[in-house]
Design a protein. Structure first.
Length: 732
């Protein structure tokens, strides 16, 4: 490793340019293997921290380990045999010795064990010891190789166990990491002394050393904290810089805030009083909108929290000042739903004529105010307005550009493709459960250089820590669980097996509820990547249920149907002309059916937790009690855990944390560019306080030094370690 350092210390930025292949023990094929596991540079190695540690000074001697309990013992392989008993059965048996006692370990068919554990290997075995025919035995234990015959790095009392990488033996990996650590230290530390003091964080170089090769186990936790803080701090610095840019570089619209404008009319005309949470969030939004900088706000609120009114309030604020508002929905079905419910809110308050509720075509009735609020729906296949009977797409596009329309509802795709607005004042993006896909919204405005305000709504209750990372560049408003509109009936959730008896149970419930004038959703299995198969299985289920429920009116809705047919089915379900709607997940978002009281989710184990929660959120819209049946034969622990979580709670925030716990944070970050692969040590569920601290320190620092001119080392480290994903941050 050549030296390129500041004051004798290597920077992480520099170390992130050195390939693993330059590290002794990890050259050639091993470097290739590591690269395919995502470990490409020395920095990657430094942050490939042990997944656990074996403390040899306290790990039990075989003779002392309690029988029948989970234990870890360290021993040396004395003999390894593989016996092929039958064509498809091999027994692998190892004889181990810890200097006092013999232990026999057996595995079935895991022939690789014979290569993993050749005679002379020192290994930590984890499992239960049993006495059988006078011998101490372990069946199918986990085995972590400590050392190979003839190699000996691991002499300390605490042995680090790294996640294995295919193609590299644990010994080589450990030795390679040891080399990398020794040659890299000391590393530069751009985090200021007083921050470290305030948060009681240890020295960075010592932390890197201690996390990999601790003398004592107690050293690990503070070391991990320090390195986790660094990751979170880098991420939050990047987010703070991004936020800063959005504020400083962008010119927004300072909307005038009328005290007796359209919003007042809306609120006066609502059939219910606003909840405190709605009032609070609306005033947060209006304060943002009054500022000359663009709003970038996230509204978090569970299904049914009453976000639609907030969205309409934001748009009416813009309309009051002579601007336009837009709502973007993730699906066509949801866009239609938004159009209808916003139309109903406006009509209810006498701000616009009503729209006929069939979703296709509108009735013109004379406006009750001097200036009715003009609302439009524009999607790939729909063009509709509330101020005229019919309109073509072309006409509508022109009228939006001419400023004759006040509020436009559409899908993400449509508006991102660059619809021309006359004076777009606020864009509301409804993400529903699709978190992680939050994108920069490209909204064009004719002849204006002011950026519209942006309100992102999500019904996915995101744990607070996650919103601070995933959406860390946004201001956050939240409607809490205890702040939901009153009077939502309870939903009783039951998990049922796929048996005829269980089916009788839910069929009976459907019939009983239908007799009371209530309606049922039957949600058909998700077919990954094949909407065609999904549609045909929904159709088959519709035929089957139509036969089983001859006295009920059963309808069908799936994604392959023509938009016109979808709208017609939805309309007849809404108008109670159907008792049962057999549907695919097209219903998962935003559908509001006041008389629905039953939902049957078939093959519920195939759905993700947040999707199940969204689906169930379609219930509890009016009458009650409500019933949700999760029909499944779960085949994995994960799917069992998901169903159990659904039965145990209907609190979206609880379920979101549970989801994060079950799936792990990596999968949650998914699509989001910045911050995804960057948390290798920090765990956002566990490191909540560290994240809050990192965020506070990062935002304070960026507030003082917005270009990081006084912190060049930090700037360099953030740029190097957060990678291309945030390269744009540094482009001026
Ligand atoms: P979200 O979009 O957050 O899922 P909605 O805005 O669709 O929720 O509201 C859910 C239901 O609650 C709707 O039927 C709506 O009319 C009703 N609602 C909204 N705000 C209130 C309120 N303050 N009091 C009573 N009901 C409300
Ligand atoms: Mg909604």
């Amino acid at each position: 490793m050549a030296d390129a350092s500041t004051g004798g210390e290597r920077t992480l930025a520099y170390l992130s340019t050195i390939p693993v292949s330059r590290v002794k023990n990890l050259t050639g094929k091993r470097a290739t293997a590591l690269a395919s596991a995502g470990i490409e540079t020395v920095v990657d190695l430094l942050f490939h921290v042990p997944r656990r540690y074996i403390d040899r000074s306290t790990s039990a001697a075989i003779a002392d380990a309690p029988l029948g309990e989970e234990v870890t013992v360290v021993a040396t392989v004395q003999k390894m045999t593989v016996r092929r008993v039958r064509r498809n059965l091999s027994i692998i048996e190892a004889t181990l010795y810890d200097g006092e006692t013999y232990l026999f370990a057996t595995w079935f068919n895991q022939v690789f064990r014979s290569r993993q554990l050749p005679e002379g290997t020192e290994v930590a075995l984890s499992g239960k010891i049993e006495r059988q025919r006078g011998r101490l035995q372990m069946k199918s234990p986990d085995a972590d190789v400590l050392d190979r015959p003839g190699e000996s790095l691991v002499t300390g009392r605490v042995v680090p166990v790294h996640s294995t990488v295919k193609g590299v033996t644990p010994g080589h990996l450990r030795r390679g990491i040891h080399n990398a650590v020794t040659r890299s230290l000391p590393v530069a530390d751009p985090v200021e002394e007083d921050v470290l003091d305030r948060l009681d964080l240890m020295d960075r170089s010592a932390a890197i050393e201690s996390i990999h090769f601790p003398e004592k186990l107690e050293e690990v936790e503070p070391a991990r904290n320090r390195l986790a803080f660094d990751e979170l701090f880098r991420l939050e610095v990047a987010l703070a810089l991004q936020k800063r840019r959005q504020i400083d570089d962008a010119v927004g619209i300072a909307h005038p805030i009328a005290t007796d404008g359209l919003l007042t009319d809306l609120v006066d005309g609502l059939p219910f009083p606003l909840t405190f949470a709605q009032e609070r969030v609306i005033s947060e939004v209006r304060e943002d909108m009054a500022r000359p900088h663009p709003m970038h706000r996230l509204l978090l609120g569970d299904v049914g929290a009453g976000k639609t009114v907030v969205a309409v309030a934001a748009m009416l604020t813009a309309v009051d000042g002579g601007h336009q508002g837009a709502v973007m929905a993730p699906t066509e079905v949801l866009a239609v739903q938004h159009f209808l419910s916003i139309g109903a809110l406006l009509a209810g308050a006498g701000l616009a004529p009503p729209i006929e509720a069939n979703g296709m075509g509108s009735l013109f009735s004379p406006p009750e105010t001097e200036r009715p609020v003009r609302l439009a729906l524009l999607t790939g296949s729909n063009a509709e307005v509330n101020y005229r009977d019919s309109i073509t797409r072309r006409e509508l596009v022109d009228e939006i550009a001419a400023g004759e329309v006040d509020i436009v509802v559409g899908t993400h795709a449509l508006i991102q493709e660059g619809l021309d607005f006359h004076r777009l004042g606020v864009a509301v993006v409804d993400e529903q459960h699709r978190f992680g896909v939050h994108q920069r919204v490209e909204l064009r405005e004719k002849g204006a250089d002011a950026e519209p305000d942006l309100l992102i709504m999500t019904a996915t209750p995101i744990p607070r820590t996650l919103s601070m990372t995933l959406y860390g560049d946004l201001d956050v408003s939240a409607i809490g669980r205890d702040e939901m509109p009153p009077g939502r009936p309870e939903v009783k959730t039951t998990a049922l097996p796929k048996t005829p008896a269980a089916e009788q149970r839910w069929l009976k419930r459907i019939v009983e509820e239908a007799a009371a004038g209530h309606q049922t959703f039957v949600v058909c299995p998700l077919v990954e990547d094949s909407p065609k198969v999904e549609a045909s299985s929904a159709t088959a289920e519709w035929e089957r249920l139509s036969r089983l429920l001859p006295d009920l009116r059963v309808g069908l809705l799936h994604g392959q149907m023509a938009p016109r047919d979808k709208a017609a089915v939805m309309a007849s379900f809404r108008d109670q002309e159907l008792d049962v709607l057999v549907a695919t997940t097209v219903i998962e978002v935003g559908i509001d059916i006041p008389h629905s009281t039953v939902m049957v989710i078939e093959d519920a184990d195939r759905f993700g937790l947040s999707q199940l929660h969204q689906l169930r959120g379609r219930l509890s819209r009016g009458v009650g009690p409500n019933y949700c049946y999760l029909v499944a034969e779960p085949t994995t622990t994960e799917s069992e855990e998901r169903l159990a979580a659904m039965v145990a709670s209907d609190d979206g925030f609880v379920l979101a944390e549970e989801d994060l716990r079950i799936r792990g944070q990596g999968t949650v970050f998914g699509a989001r560019q910045a911050g995804s692969a960057d948390l290798r040590i920090a765990d956002i569920l566990r490191d909540t306080q560290l994240l809050i601290d990192a965020r506070r320190e990062a935002f304070a620092l960026v507030a003082e030094d917005p270009e990081l001119t006084d912190h060049p080392d930090l700037a360099q480290e953030v740029r190097a370690l957060l990678g291309d994903a945030i390269a744009w941050l540094f482009v001026s």
